[in-house]
Design a protein around this ligand. Sequence first.
Ligand code: ADP
Ligand code: MG
Ligand code: ZN
Length: 329
Amino acid sequence: MGYSSSVYKNAADKMAAKRLAAQKQADARRAEIYEKYPRVRELEQQIALCGTEAARTVLRGGDVVAEMTKLKDKNLKLQEELRRLLISSGYGEDALEPRYSCAQCGDTGYYEYHGRTVMCPCMKRELADCACEELNRTAPLTLCTFDSFDIEKYSKTKDFASGVVPYAQMERIYKYCRSYAMNFTPQSESILMKGATGLGKTHLSLAIANEVIRRGYGVIYVSAPALLSQLEKEYFSRSQVNSGTAEMLSDCDLLIIDDLGTEFRTQFSAAQIYNIFNSRILCHKPVIINTNLTMAELEKAYSERFVSRINGAAQKLDFLGEDVRIRKK
Ligand SMILES: Nc1ncnc2c1ncn2[C@@H]1O[C@H](COP(=O)(O)OP(=O)(O)O)[C@@H](O)[C@H]1O
Ligand SMILES: [Mg+2]
Ligand SMILES: [Zn+2]
């Protein structure tokens, strides 16, 4: 997994903050307990003394084994008294220890496994969250929700060209998207949202993103022009710095590519789009693509195999109606 250094830094900072918070809470708890139960402090001091005493015994020589057994007994008795006292105080026997949010790594992000240091799942989750945050910083995620989507904006009169009532069609699409978001799994199907500008494609895809993120999945939302200029920059700069864009695109649970067809189109961009889509489809990972282009235009702009890939793997949603922004006026 390759993420940009700023993503690593953010994740490490968050882990450190969690760790510090747990330690501060433990310190505060200890102070409070000392105040109410002075015996706890005495016990802790005596337990510490047993440790230094043991070291001295070894240095002194003589009947080390007998002395050590005595000390060990004493230590165990003190520990037991402390444990009972903490339990009866209601603080719990682990009250003096920091309560880390991850028991496996103690909020360090790493743990030892068969003599090797491995990254903890909680750190991986933190990295994915930070990567997600970084890419989503520009999207108006919070404004576009299912609740703020108004179905009354669509006409109840039959559309002349298609013979379909926009209201009915959009109601179906709305319900589909809502249920898609509520039942999302990382193996959900892909979606192609197509239709003219201003019909709510971006709005509904962000509503899906919101709900899926809320349910704990990693979502990346990106517009095709921004995505391709980023990929181009990385590809042609031949820099050795791995900013992790490719990994994020393939690793996230849901990838949303908005405004496909509005990017500066080249052979490079067409190949990149196909590769991103195809490699996710091969691993059964969902993509949502939004476009103003028709299927024929998509085929011309990208390739026949791209369109046949979409036909085979994505649910097509045809957005109908008039530009919502015009209708508002
Ligand atoms: N049905 C709707 N209810 C409320 N707001 C909508 C609806 N459809 C679109 N909008 C709003 O109108 C604007 C344009 O919609 P957008 O989703 O960007 O359209 P598209 O992506 O299809 O071009 C956005 O601000 C969006 O929030
Ligand atoms: Mg849009
Ligand atoms: Zn952990």
